[in-house]
Design a protein around this ligand. Sequence first.
Ligand code: S5P
Length: 474
Amino acid sequence: MASNEDLVLRLYDVGAIKCGEFKLSSGLITPLYFDLRVIISYPEILVEVSDLLYEASKLVSKPFKSICGVPYTALPIATLISAKHKIPMLLRRREAKEYGTKKAIEGHFEPGDICLVIEDVVTSGLSVYETILSLQSVGVHVSDAVVLLERSQGATNNLKMLGVNLHSIFTLPGMMEVLVKHGKLEKAFTDRVLDFLINNQTTISIKQSANVSNGTHCMKTRDLMERAKLAKHEVSRKIFEVMYQKQTNLCLSADVTNSKELLHLAESIGPYICVLKTHVDIIEDFDQSTCRNLLNIAHKHNFVLFEDRKFADIGHTVSKQFTGGMFRISEWADVINAHPLPGPGIIKELKNANKRSGCLLIGEMSTNGNLITPAYTKATLKMAEENDDFVIGFISTSRISHDPHFLHFTPGVSLDCKGDGKGQQYLTPSEVVSKRGADILIVGRGITLAHDPVAAAKVYAQEGFSGYLAAVDV
Ligand code: S5P
């Protein structure tokens, strides 16, 4: 096979690399442009590009079951790789939204499958990410993408922030070096391009990925990646990232009483949630293997585990309840929660016992006649602010802090019930998220008792996340 340098020169000769002034899809004017669509007229180049990308696919972090080219230039490249190496292919329909009934992803897949995304050129990585979002909307995961040319304007970093590893064959400066070496470009010109690259770094925002913005790099308080950057605890950062990666703000409250049911719910609903909440003390056959299996499923479907223990005792006792007993919560729960009622000692001791978990303070409750007053909620907020290296947010029925790094989890959510006759009061997902400012909706029986829990989870996830995107800052 010819060397990578030869390939660069051939790409230049066939007009795939152009100098001048060209408008990128982001609106930026670039002095150097790559039009790799032309390579379909040069089958040898097309094969060589496909072979290089296939080689790069061996570097991925997780084995993949299928590949998907970003429409359109990468489609023939993905097809060649698929046919030559017998790897099943998926196809993303760009126009699916406009025609409503068409599927976003064509081809056969199972929720939880891993797919490798293939692209020709990336600037910000947004096109790659849009393809990933389509795949994720049907439960297919993406951990890696391969690209022929990384324009060195931020894509690798942007995608890394979104949990995707980008592997590139060429960077733009590397390609230019080859072209200068072979007398195709002037050094002064490439210096200008390098300046352009430095001055035109990109980011991806959630509004862009939801096709809401016009391509500018808007960063709003409710922008999840911006919030991830502001997070003060590793767990809240992870939650914001998972919400963004999976486009879901649904927490499943898996209040079932045996391990088999719990693991089944985690496995089947895992693709649609960012958090799975447990009450381990209601599981009759609980043992450490329940936790190990749950952790494996959480890892596979990329969600975090929240044990809803509602600690409420003196510091000495809660630290033992947290780390010991038969549940050993600190060994597996990413998130825990506590009532602020006993005072700051409870937070101090939980934090001393294990800082790795993040803690939610219960600032409001969903139940009828609960004794929490506005002054109590205000004091909860103060306690959270004073311990924000451990307190990652609140259980509440409204937004009680405007600080974007705090998460608000809201329970008492149902699409078709007003109450359970035992004190629980329900609001709809859109009331909770759009009107009351919840970040994450906690849904239990609305899903677990549904005729088809997976279908119900998809509806709650869809309602919840569209509400999140539509919500104004409150
Ligand atoms: O105020 C609260 C706080 C919590 S954490 N109200 C609640 O309902 N919860 C929990 O959310 C409750 O313990 C249960 O696990 C879940 C709600 O379940 P659902 O079946 O009523 O949706």
